[in-house]
Design a protein around this ligand. Structure first.
Ligand code: NDP
Ligand SMILES: CC(C)CCC[C@@H](C)[C@H]1CC=C2C3=C(CC[C@@]21C)[C@@]1(C)CC[C@H](O)C(C)(C)[C@@H]1CC3
Length: 404
């Protein structure tokens, strides 16, 4: 258990650096060796550290600004509910305004692309230090504040999965903040820097770069617009906050999710308008399924008699909650994952089919969602018992109709 966690703690950052190095290399081979191994001078830069800490500080300041709404989380073991500020979209807009002001005052945004390696390094370092502090903090937390997993007694495993469910410093919720702000907004900022750099190098950004930027901005904008929905995801309600999530949120998301744009900067791809239209259509279909399914479930969970969901067929469970068996949730058991995967395909297609590298996200994401689906299935079976079995009988496919 501890060995597996230790191996992942080495493997995940190594994979991220591999991707960063390979994306800028000529052959861009996902499965090949990286072109060179970066020395300390390529990884360490005090400027990158300063920039990273400023970024975290800025996002933390935006988090603390008055919010348009305070939302309540799920009920905790001690029957209390935490409150969360809903101002993520506001943070995105304020960041965009600040960056816009900076660029018009001559800030060389494209230069950010030269700093990706040292930035990824300091983000990884921060994730390690942060997880260590979280681990220590959990030692003095009451038992009711601990996550169901991550408390095995094996320090390496617990450090990796995270011991405390909702670590907070006063009202500042560390996990909720990291899940949506620095990493997700950082991802679209890196994408934008790559677009600006491409324009500087080649006169204008390519159509492929526009598409990747547009699609991923839509995804991040959507996540922040519907921020409240993240409060019901298993990351917030079930998983502890340890190295996996800290590294995932702070380093993995911004530096590997921007892989397609990184690839395009170093490997420009021609894209015809007709093909671009097909790709836009694929993204739109994926987005409609993803948003439709997530909103349908959230509306239903908030108020089952809401007219938008009141006509849907349901199964009653012994807990008093109901399960949807028609609408999006009657098509497959995880229609939101299906939509997300279709979008992931649309993000890679602008990069052409000559390289496997831009499809890394699609491959990784498929593995992540298949694993996540199995975990969720297990939890639902425990929660709903026979009613869940009945749901599985009526909706036999998990993610892809007639296939899986
Ligand atoms: N881009 C990325 O890296 C990632 C994106 N995601 C995305 O995050 C989103 C949230 O995913 P996730 O938190 O995993 O899971 P879901 O949003 O799918 O939530 C699963 C929960 O929904 C409820 N549920 C399941 N079936 C039904 C039904 N038929 N009727 C009503 N409620 C049902 C159950 O909880 P209950 O009954 O308690 O309400 C279940 O535990 C997804 O869109 C996913 O694609 C996720 C991970 C990574
Ligand atoms: C480093 C590991 C290999 C894996 C780490 C996993 C994390 C990167 C993901 C776990 C769940 C996530 C979610 C989103 C981003 C990726 C992580 C943190 C999410 C914020 C993306 C935007 C979506 O709209 C969402 C539904 C809000 C997502 C919630 C889960």
């Amino acid at each position: 258990m501890g060995w597996g966690a230790a191996a992942l703690m080495l493997l995940l950052p190594a994979t991220m650096f591999h991707l960063l190095l390979v994306a800028r290399s000529g052959p861009a081979r996902l499965l090949g060796l990286p072109p060179y191994l970066p020395g300390p001078e390529a990884l360490w830069s005090p400027w990158a550290l300063l920039l990273w800490l400023t970024w975290l500080g800025l996002q933390a300041a935006f988090y603390l600004l008055p919010a348009r709404k305070m939302a309540e989380g799920q009920e905790l073991k001690d029957k209390t509910r935490l409150r969360y500020p809903i101002n993520g979209f506001q943070a995105l807009v304020l960041t965009a305004l600040l960056v816009g002001l900076g660029v018009s005052a001559g800030l060389p945004l494209g230069m950010l692309t030269e700093m990706l390696l040292p930035l990824a390094f300091v983000a990884t370092l921060t994730a390690f230090i942060f997880s260590l502090l979280l681990y220590l903090k959990a030692l003095i937390a009451p038992a009711s504040a601990l996550a169901p997993g991550g408390n095995s007694g094996n320090p390496i495993y617990d450090f990796f999965l995270g011991r405390e469910l909702n670590p907070r410093i006063c009202s500042f919720d560390c996990k909720y903040f990291c899940e949506l702000r620095p990493g997700l907004i950082g991802w679209v900022l890196i994408n934008l820097a790559l677009l600006v750099q491409e324009a500087e190098l080649r006169g204008s950004p390519s159509l492929a770069m526009w598409l990747v930027n547009g699609f991923q901005l839509l995804y991040v904008g959507d996540a922040l617009w519907y921020e409240e929905a993240v409060l019901t995801t298993m990351d917030i309600t079930h998983d502890g906050f340890g190295f996996m999530l800290a590294f995932g949120d702070l380093a993995w998301v911004p530096f590997t999710y921007s892989l397609q744009a990184q690839f395009l900067l170093y490997h420009p791809q021609p894209l015809e308008l007709s093909m671009a239209s097909v790709i836009c259509l694929i993204n739109a279909v994926g987005y409609c399924i993803f948003r439709g399914a997530n909103s349908q479930k959230n509306t239903f969970r908030k108020n089952p008699s809401d007219p938008r969901v009141a006509g849907l067929e349901t199964i009653s469970t012994a807990t008093g909650r109901q399960l949807l068996v028609s609408g999006w949730w009657g098509m497959v058991r995880h229609p939101n994952y299906l939509g997300d995967l279709i979008m992931a395909l649309a993000w890679s297609l602008p990069c052409g089919v000559s390289h496997l590298l831009p499809y890394f996200y699609l491959l990784y994401f498929t593995a992540l969602l298949v694993h996540r689906e199995a975990r969720d299935e297990q939890q639902c079976l425990q929660k709903y018992g026979l009613a869940w079995r009945e749901y599985c009988r009526r909706v036999p496919y998990r993610i892809v109709p007639y296939i899986y």
